[in-house]
Design a protein around this ligand. Structure first.
Ligand code: UDP
Ligand code: MG
Length: 319
């Protein structure tokens, strides 16, 4: 029995306009390796014709597998499922929209053969994306770096190759609100980067609206840092100190000058600011608590509705 060397995991959500082209490009690159491979499309609850298109591809090409979720569970869940249900010695995760050029996979494979266990794609330039997206992405990666003690590479998305042993480590992690790029760094092993220019989307629109971007960003921070909570104590401490000192100063001044030092407006403004700060921080604590809830409920990360072209039913079915 021949062993699969490469698994290419492609999450797809409403990608009817790109899936065919994506398949062709990935196939031609993988064919050029002259080694065995599988392409795994993870259909993350698409509402358009992505599923039927993927099924057509599966019917023509038995190297292509399909995992259908019962609804949209999100990009990170889709990647997780693809990894779990993969069998290659190396697993490559790539977006469907061709923003990650499939040809770069060859460079990743080269590095893997040199002995690296993780080869991540580092975006040196992003084309065809809005200023807002580029700015927020850049700012977020740097904020995350500042927040965490783990060395999560900046400007790297989920486009990467990981060795089977790293894939097994990731698959064994039960956490639900996953920030996979962080988990890969956390896992360690021998890592390196290949640089690439992030292309314009082949067709269609981004499936990452601001809401999903914020969710991913908060997942990234809460999964790897307690600093937002620590800052609360720090700011609280400073505010207390300022409060005590100004009380003493005002008290003394009042005794000496016998006149009202602080206006009511000022006191109100300080109060509102403090109130806002406290509520804001309760919100941050809420983000952490919400995630603790998710973990303690222990619901699965995703639910698989059906699979296609798998020779045997993988034992991991819906975990
Ligand atoms: N995606 C997904 N589930 C989602 C959102 C996105 O599987 O809920 C997939 C999407 O089909 C694409 C990849 O994740 O293959 C990256 O999404 P997108 O290109 O829309 O994000 P962007 O490049 O704009 O950050
Ligand atoms: Mg994209």
């Amino acid at each position: 029995m021949s062993k699969t060397v490469y698994s290419v995991v492609v999450p797809v959500y409403n990608e009817e306009l790109v899936i065919e082209e994506s398949y062709k490009r990935i196939k031609s690159v993988m064919d050029s390796t002259n080694e065995s491979y599988e392409i795994i499309f993870v259909n993350d609850g698409s509402k358009d014709r992505t599923r039927s298109k993927a099924e057509q591809i599966c019917n023509r090409d038995k190297n292509v597998k399909l995992i259908n979720f019962s609804r949209n569970f999100g990009h990170q869940a889709a990647i997780t499922a693809g990894m779990k249900l993969s069998s290659g010695d190396a697993v490559i995760v790539i977006d469907a929209d061709l923003q990650d050029p499939p040809e770069i996979m060859i460079e990743m494979i080269k590095k893997w053969k040199e002995g690296y266990d993780v080869v991540y794609g580092k975006r040196v330039k992003r084309e065809g994306e809005s200023f807002f997206k580029k700015f927020t992405a850049k700012a977020f990666y740097r904020l995350l770096k500042f927040m965490t003690n783990i060395d999560i590479p900046v400007d790297a998305g989920d486009f990467r190759l990981i060795d089977r042993k790293v894939c097994n480590v990731l698959s064994s992690l039960p956490e639900r609100n996953r920030y996979i790029r962080g988990l890969v760094s956390w896992a360690g092993f021998k890592q390196t980067a290949v640089e690439f220019i992030r292309q314009e989307r082949f067709a269609g629109e981004s499936k990452y609206p601001l809401k999903k971007m914020i969710k991913l960003a908060i997942d990234g921070i809460t999964s790897f840092s307690y600093k937002p909570l620590t800052f609360a104590s720090l700011v609280g401490g400073i505010a207390t100190l300022v409060g005590i000192i100004s009380t003493i100063v005002i008290f003394l001044k009042n005794i000496i000058s016998d006149e009202e030092i602080l206006s009511l407006g000022f006191i109100l403004a300080v109060n509102i600011a403090m109130f806002g700060l406290i509520l804001g921080w309760i919100g941050i604590i809420g983000e952490y608590i919400g995630r603790i809830m998710d973990e303690s409920r222990g619901r699965p990360l995703y639910i698989i509705e059906s699979i296609l072209n798998y020779k045997e039913i993988p034992e991991e079915y819906g975990k």
